[in-house]
Design a protein around this ligand. Structure first.
Ligand code: MG
Length: 282
């Protein structure tokens, strides 16, 4: 039997009440998920086995486990710059260890890889900051490789050309990109579709998310909106993914909570099904 190309997935949490649960997923017809990593007290080996069992029983594949760190703060772009990912030096060492723990957890869950926001990578490629982050990413990619995992860098906080330069500098086979077109708009870091083509060789997963440009891109947030209602042209996005040879999951991300999130995801599933049919991707 041929594997379905671009199966539709969603980004959720294995913690009950945070994002769609297994019943919701089955009801939506979704068989692929990316999972937000649970907090440090809920990711023991036993937790991982329990989560793996729950999704496997339901016939749902866990593709990525996404890293999150205590102290990450997405309140505004300047605060993200200071607090998110591996870039802030004060928390780097501790978060490197967290990332390794999350990778160990992801392997036990049976995921293919981890996803991570590494933070605002310096656009000055000759700077010590750029060299330092490249070293950190290389070490973590090697840890993931030992576990048979990919390490997928989430797009948005840096330009596509800097992301590409980082990927080429680190030069690890299992270092990939999780392409999120809405982040490029929300952070004001560039037009998503040319960026997707630029890093296309590295794209191993994606977020289907939508957003509207801010009046001051790069200074204040663009607004995240339901898929199909923003400035990401979803049909062209999927066509561009197809064009670069991507056939992995189309994972819907919606950054709100509660029943509305599930309804918006359900509408997103229908939208993507329509786009796939139109583009003759099955
Ligand atoms: Mg995303």
């Amino acid at each position: 039997m041929n594997r379905e190309r671009m199966p539709i997935g969603v980004f959720t949490s294995p913690v009950e009440g945070h994002g769609p649960g297994v019943e919701d997923l089955l009801d939506m017809g979704v068989r692929h998920v990316q999972l937000q990593t649970p907090g440090p007290t809920h990711r023991s080996a036993e937790d991982a086995r329990r989560i793996a069992h729950r999704y496997r029983e339901a016939g749902i594949a866990v593709t990525l486990v996404f890293c999150g760190f205590p102290g990450d703060n997405y309140e505004s772009i300047p605060i993200v710059r200071r607090t998110v990912g591996l870039v802030p030096p004060e928390t780097r060492q501790q978060r490197v260890q967290h990332t390794k723990d999350i990778a160990d957890f992801a392997a036990l869950v049976g995921a293919q890889g981890i996803g991570i926001h590494i933070g605002f990578v310096s656009e000055d490629w000759a700077s010590p900051e750029f060299a330092a982050i490249a070293r950190v990413v290389a070490g973590l990619a090697d840890h993931c490789a030992d576990l048979g995992l990919t390490m997928n860098l989430e797009t948005g906080q840096e330009s596509a050309r800097t992301l590409l330069h980082l990927l080429e500098t680190v030069d690890r086979k299992n270092l990939k990109v999780n392409f999120d077109p809405a982040n490029m708009i929300m952070y004001g870091s560039g037009d998503p579709l040319p960026a997707l083509r630029q890093v296309g060789d590295y794209v191993a997963s994606c977020h289907c998310k939508d957003a509207v440009w801010s009046d001051s891109p790069g200074e204040s947030w663009g607004l995240e909106v339901p898929l199909g209602e923003g400035d990401v042209d979803v049909e062209r996005f999927v066509a561009t993914l197809h064009g670069i040879g991507y056939d992995g999951p189309l994972t819907i991300e919606r950054e709100i909570a509660g029943p509305r999130q599930i309804e918006d995801m359900r509408a997103g599933v229908r939208l993507l099904q329509g786009v796939k049919e139109k583009l003759d991707i099955a």
